[in-house]
Design a protein around this ligand. Structure first.
Ligand code: ADP
Ligand code: MG
Length: 730
């Protein structure tokens, strides 16, 4: 019999009652209990089937049909024992969030009876009716079919009563329609390229793993207040709202004690996350009021990304039980910090070495230096692509604001590593190196560990910062699928490592010793990528000027940033590394441009509705009260001059309110006209540009007048909860 399922918390409490009162069941007791992980595979699968899966995970071999049936049986048995009645292929389409379509295990058995069944073919591949997912035109009407295929490298898990099988999502023609497929390809590319480079240093390296530790920021809003804000409900952000008299000025929210109701929410979603094998570790208050963060222990990038998507889902669900709504939007509130998702990224080897961590001896330090400098060059040469990977309607509100993602990509290394690179640049001779020179250099890089220990000033204003043993790509938006940034970064680094290998090998062929060749190429790279290094204040005006002088790109226009993926360079980079074909790149860019256009379109419509149906009538009502008041004064005091003097402030106010109302109405009309023009354009690039240039500016323009009205109109009749309520109710 399958157990009846309770909520995670209830179930845990039930179990806890069996323990000594007051103690909490250790997380390690139930961590991963809803995941079909290796120990469970071992238990539920035959030895042959188990080994078959493990080989597929580790070597990328195919799952054969007969084995698939066996695996499906074992998986079904485990899932049913844990309360699952349904299964689904779980995938990451190019929308926000993940997709699933549940099917019951049920089929007709003999004599009309019902049996639970799940076959290998259903496990391995399915054809969801996927014609409604964005494809950027890859699937024309004749081939609307797409299929999902099992990603064996990420284990199946149970959510509620459903067994979820992580899958990739591709068109019938084999083109990726999701985030996971290209991510797996990028991870494969960086693995292959990095292993080749590692071979210079250690022949035992056969696999390089890309790691990701995401820090997820989010806001919580009281459910009832959320429901009273149609803009939050429909667009995820407030399209209006004057700033609260107090918000984050006092920095009194960051790291302060977590409110009780919030802690209750956090504890419950953490329990759910642990049961799903998601190693969440850190929780704290963020800078803005009602803003918080959760971060796990880092994992292999594909798994980490699945976990991030899953945890976002879990949080949304659990929040509602606590009468909260969780906001993942990058900028739900104007004037205070928005939310990001720092992507902490590193590469490590099957031999247990973190390639971005300074080693213990000169040799491993040369390896560290090699990877560090190659990443630097990859970021330098692909600024536009990295920027394009994090751009979206939501994240654009954080660009250039006092938050980590500027529209300029730069790399923070810290003064000591910078000094070391500067020194290397001058010390490595252009000519052949003497043995003494080589030894001295290698010994000097051996000093890195000590230096790093006291290198604690970590620059929070940098979009891409080295933080001791990893790079932190901070520009990623809080609602984003990390895959987008991780595809760009891992592909760029893979490509760079391939180029590096070729260049070093050419020097070796010409007679240089290996270390000497490596030093030579590194030196060139340090010079070449110098412009991308910046340790100063990334938010300052001076940096904008300095970056322009250095020739760095500075793009805050979303359509323009997205179009970086259409350049010849991008096409070459992604196709040569087997990540995207040209068709896929074009389709994907089209999808992103369309997403951007639609988001602005929805915001414009919602704002128009609210402005005309909520704000203007309220302002008119208040104005009428003022008019009545003035009229009353006139009746009492009769004489024109007397009442005009008495009511001068109200007369002023009536004029002001009237003026705002007129502005709101006129601008809303103009905005509708601008949309009509834009909607007639077929070309997606032009349409997105039109929405960006001609429609989007009205959002701020109209808001300005509404926010002014919010300050003057009677609080008693103002139709929407204000910032001071949204941000401080907890
Ligand atoms: P911060 O001080 O930046 O807020 P946290 O410790 O909260 O840092 O989170 C940093 C994230 O970086 C965590 O998810 C952590 O597991 C991850 N991380 C640590 N080391 C590495 C590494 N070598 N590679 C990738 N991620 C890492
Ligand atoms: Mg961080």
């Amino acid at each position: 019999m399958a157990k009846l399922r309770f909520t995670a918390l209830e179930e845990l409490l039930n179990r806890e009652t069996k323990k000594v009162e007051g103690t909490r069941i250790p997380t390690s007791d139930y961590f991963g209990e809803l995941v079909f992980d290796r120990p469970k595979m071992k238990k539920y699968l035959s030895k042959e089937a188990f080994e078959h899966v493990i080989e597929a995970v580790e070597k990328g071999t195919r799952i054969d049909r007969r084995m698939a049936d066996q695996i499906a049986l074992g998986m079904k048995a485990w899932a049913m024992e844990n309360g699952a009645t349904h299964y689904t292929h779980w995938f990451h389409p190019l929308t926000d969030g993940t997709a699933e379509k549940h099917d019951a295990f049920l089929t007709f058995g003999e004599f009309g009876s019902m049996v639970e069944s799940f076959s290998g073919s259903l496990l391995v591949q399915q054809e969801p009716d996927a014609s409604s997912f964005p494809s950027g035109g890859i699937r024309n009407t004749f081939e609307a079919r797409g299929y999902t295929a099992w990603d064996v490298s990420s284990p199946a898990f149970i959510v509620g009563s459903t067994l979820c099988i992580p899958t990739i999502f591709v068109s019938y023609t084999g083109h990726a329609l999701d985030y996971k497929f290209p991510l797996l390809k990028a991870l494969h590319a960086v693995d292959k390229a990095a292993v080749e480079v590692c071979q210079y240093f250690d022949k035992n390296v056969t696999r390089v793993i890309s790691n990701l530790g995401w820090e997820q920021e989010y806001f919580l809003v009281d459910e009832a207040l959320f429901q009273s804000r149609p803009d939050l409900v429909l667009t995820g952000r407030t399209l209006m709202g004057h700033s609260s008299a107090k918000d984050q000025q006092l920095d009194d929210h960051y790291f302060s004690s977590i409110p009780e109701r919030v802690i209750a929410f956090m504890e419950e979603f953490e329990i759910e996350a642990y049961r799903l094998g998601i190693p969440v570790k850190t929780r704290h208050n963020e800078v803005a009021p009602n803003q918080f963060e959760v971060a796990p222990i880092f994992e292999e990038t594909n798994l980490a990304n699945d976990h991030n998507q899953l945890v976002m889902d879990v949080m949304k669900r659990v929040a509602r039980k606590h009468k909260f709504r969780v906001l993942f939007h990058e900028k739900p509130f104007k004037g205070i910090n928005g939310s990001g998702k720092h992507n902490n990224w590193s590469l490590s080897t099957n031999t247990g070495v973190n390639l971005l961590s300074p080693g213990k001896n000169p040799k491993s330090n040369l390896q560290f230096l090699t990877f560090l400098v190659n990443v630097l060059k990859a970021v330098h040469d692909n600024q536009d692509i990295l920027l394009g990977s994090i751009m979206s309607a939501g994240n654009s509100h954080r660009l250039g604001a006092n938050e980590a993602p500027p529209s300029i990509i730069s790399v923070f290394l810290g003064s000591q590593i910078s000094a070391m690179l500067d020194e290397l640049e001058t010390r490595v001779p252009d000519k052949k190196m003497t043995p003494d020179e080589k030894t001295a250099l290698k010994l000097d890089i051996g000093k890195i560990p000590e230096i790093l220990l006291d290198n604690t000033d970590r620059n929070r204003t940098s979009p891409f910062a080295f933080t001791g043993n990893r790079f932190e790509f901070r520009a990623v938006g809080s609602s984003a699928n990390c895959a987008s940034a991780m595809i760009a970064l891992n592909t760029a680094v893979a490509n760079q490592l391939k180029v590096f290998k070729t260049e070093v090998d050419i020097l070796i062929d010409k007679g240089a010793k290996k270390d000497e060749a490596i030093f030579q190429v590194i030196k060139e790279y340090i010079t070449h990528s110098k412009n991308i290094r910046f340790d100063g204040d990334g938010y300052s005006e001076e940096w904008v000027k300095e970056a322009a002088k250095r020739g760095l790109i500075n793009v805050s226009n979303v359509p323009e940033a997205l179009k970086a993926y259409l350049s010849d360079k991008a096409k070459k980079l992604f196709s040569e590394n087997g990540v995207f074909t040209e068709v896929e790149l074009e389709a994907r860019t089209e999808v992103e441009l369309e997403k951007y256009t639609k988001k602005i379109q929805i915001e414009a419509r919602v704002l128009g509705d609210l402005a005309l149906n909520h704000i203007v009538p309220t302002a008119v009502r208040y104005m009428n009260t003022l008019i009545e008041n003035v009229q009353g004064l006139k009746d009492i005091f009769g004489k024109e001059s007397d009442y005009q003097e008495l009511a001068s402030d109200r007369l002023d106010l009536i004029k002001k309110i009237s003026n705002h109302i007129q502005n709101i109405k006129n601008k809303t009309n103009d905005m509708v006209e601008a949309r009509k023009v834009a909607n007639k354009i077929d070309d997606m690039e032009k349409k997105a540009e039109m929405y960006d240039q001609k429609v989007r500016p009205y959002l701020e323009d109209i808001r300005y007048h509404i926010d002014k009205l919010e300050l003057t109109v009677d609080n008693g009749i103002w139709p929407l909860p204000k910032y001071r309520e949204l941000l401080f109710a907890r």
